[in-house]
Design a binder for this molecule. Structure first.
Ligand code: UDX
Ligand code: ADP
Length: 459
């Protein structure tokens, strides 16, 4: 099928950057990204590209180049579906917060709504591409909904999981390690492979069956998350011995079978994918009665929760076993640097724990707005919105955030933190001035020379 028009449902962290790059590399294809969230679409259409709803290095430039040329943002979902030959489903699939599979299974209601919407309005044949992270066999469910519409429209379903990481999404899209396309129909697969073929070598475009494609995505994320939990487990052992986790990571990373990437010990992984995907894997394994498999992967999450908890416990015990009424400045709220995404960020859980110990928290993050900080805390439902507002303040200037603080907790590895005037910060804090470096980004010797009580992960 010749593709002239693409529609992407869901203008989020996946849909936005992916479609921007597809539009950039395929100027002859008209790409329309639609969303039910009118405010989000308005932000994507903001003339000032620095106001795009998501922050991602390099994205604003591509949007500036393609928007209005062959990239469009709209709330007219039905119209875009009707006009397109290819439809990407790129909506959110959070972990269920209710009913069967609560806290474990992916909530597929948004995906199902999309499928029903496509089924209702389509009048011509479509290739439907699942782009959201989904449990294995979701394509089957989408297929069943689409094929039972009673119309004679033909739908081909493809699985095309996204491997981009936030903060490096544009580079990951421009130079992917691989592109994975799962499907039954060779011609549908080739239609999508052609689109990627505009800038990706064909030998990097893998064709598989739908289920392998779906499971590969979950497995990739599970392996990556497992690496972090593995190094974080070793970090705790390092703290009780004379070993230094950075030296251990370097030593093992030089083994080409292990590799050097993704071995940074931290306060624990966050982000919208790792936890959700592992929970999905665990849920699926349990549903087949594969308890040993489920328990194995579940341990990755248990260790990650332990790492977050350990960080706040250590902070409290260093502050003479109480943080009540003390000001703790948190540098960073995003789940990693170079993104304004905060989903599952370790900062949220560490803050929540410290707030339950009656701490006052001051937050500074270069890209996360105040309302997101409060929304994240309110989502946990540990205390009321007004109580969160009483105890948590947010700052636009890091030097204001740390003034009179008893301790600083570094939650995100933003580069700018490294070049702060740490002497000035020390002078403005309560003494002894503590730093808990959850990302191991500061130079211990220099920081201690200034006079700080410094602790980091795995040292
Ligand atoms: C991840 C996958 O990398 C990506 O392929 C997939 O498409 C989506 O999920 P993302 O969650 O955006 O991407 O970021 P990633 O770089 O994987 O980081 C996830 C979390 O792990 C972050 O909180 C990060 O700080 C943490 N991390 C990462 C570590 O703690 N140590 C590391 O060595 C690497
Ligand atoms: P991701 O990281 O997977 O891209 P986001 O939450 O950033 O997740 O984006 C998903 C987007 O999908 C949101 O902007 C949401 O409003 C949109 N969305 C969810 N359901 C629908 C739907 N049925 N129709 C259109 N857009 C939807």
């Amino acid at each position: 099928m010749k593709i002239n028009k693409i529609c992407c449902i869901g203008a989020g962290y996946v849909g936005g950057p992916t479609m921007a790059v597809i539009a950039k590399k395929n100027p002859n294809i008209e790409v329309t990204i639609v969303d039910i969230n009118a405010e989000r679409i308005a932000a994507w259409n903001d003339e000032d590209v620095s106001k795009l709803p998501i922050y991602e290095p390099g994205l604003a430039e591509i949007v500036a180049e393609t928007r209005g040329r062959n990239l469009f943002f709209s709330t007219e979902i039905d119209k875009a579906i009707k006009e397109s030959e290819m439809i990407f489903i790129s909506v959110n699939t959070p972990t269920k917060t209710y009913g069967k599979g609560k806290g474990m299974a992916a909530d597929l209601k948004y995906v199902e709504l999309c499928a029903r919407n496509i089924a209702e309005v389509a009048t011509t044949d479509k290739i439907v591409v699942e782009k959201s992270t989904l449990p294995v066999r979701t394509a089957q469910a989408i297929k069943s909904i689409l094929h039972n519409t009673g119309s004679d429209v033909n739908f081909e379903i493809l699985s095309n999981p996204e491997f981009l990481a936030e903060g490096t999404a544009i580079q990951d899209l421009l130079h992917p390690d691989r592109v994975l396309i799962g499907g039954e129909s060779e011609s549908a697969i080739e239609s999508l492979a052609n689109i990627y073929g505009s800038w990706v070598n064909q030998d990097k475009i893998l064709r598989t069956n739908v289920w392998s494609s779906e499971l590969s995505k979950l497995t990739a994320n599970a392996f990556l998350a497992q690496r972090i939990s593995s190094i974080n487990a070793i970090s705790e052992l390092c703290e009780h011995t004379e070993a230094d986790v950075t030296e251990v990571a370097r030593a093992i990373g030089m083994d080409s079978r292990i590799g050097s990437k993704f071995l940074n010990a931290s306060i624990g992984f966050g982000g919208s994918c790792f936890q959700k995907d592992i929970l999905n894997l665990v849920y699926i394994a349990r549903s087949y009665g594969l308890n040993a498999v489920a328990d194995y992967w579940e341990q990755v999450i248990i260790l990650n929760d332990h790492q977050k908890r350990r960080f706040s416990d250590n902070l409290i015990s260093a502050l003479y076993n109480t943080v009540s009424g003390k000001k703790i400045a948190m540098l960073g709220w995003a789940f990693k640097k170079d993104t304004n995404d905060t989903r599952e960020s370790a900062a949220i859980y560490v803050a929540d724990h410290l707030l339950s110990e009656q701490a006052n928290i001051a937050v500074y993050d270069p890209k996360v707005p105040a309302k997101k900080v409060y929304a994240d805390l309110n989502y946990l439902e540990t205390r009321s919105d007004s109580k969160n507002k009483d105890l948590v303040s947010t700052y636009n200037d890091p030097y204001d955030a740390v003034k009179d603080a008893h301790a600083i907790a570094i939650m995100t590895e933003w580069d700018e933190f490294k070049s702060y005037n740490w002497k000035r910060i020390f002078d403005s804090m309560k003494k002894p001035a503590f730093i808990f470096d959850g990302r191991n980004i500061l130079d211990k010797n220099e920081i201690e020379k200034i006079g700080f009580e410094y602790s980091s992960i795995g040292k």
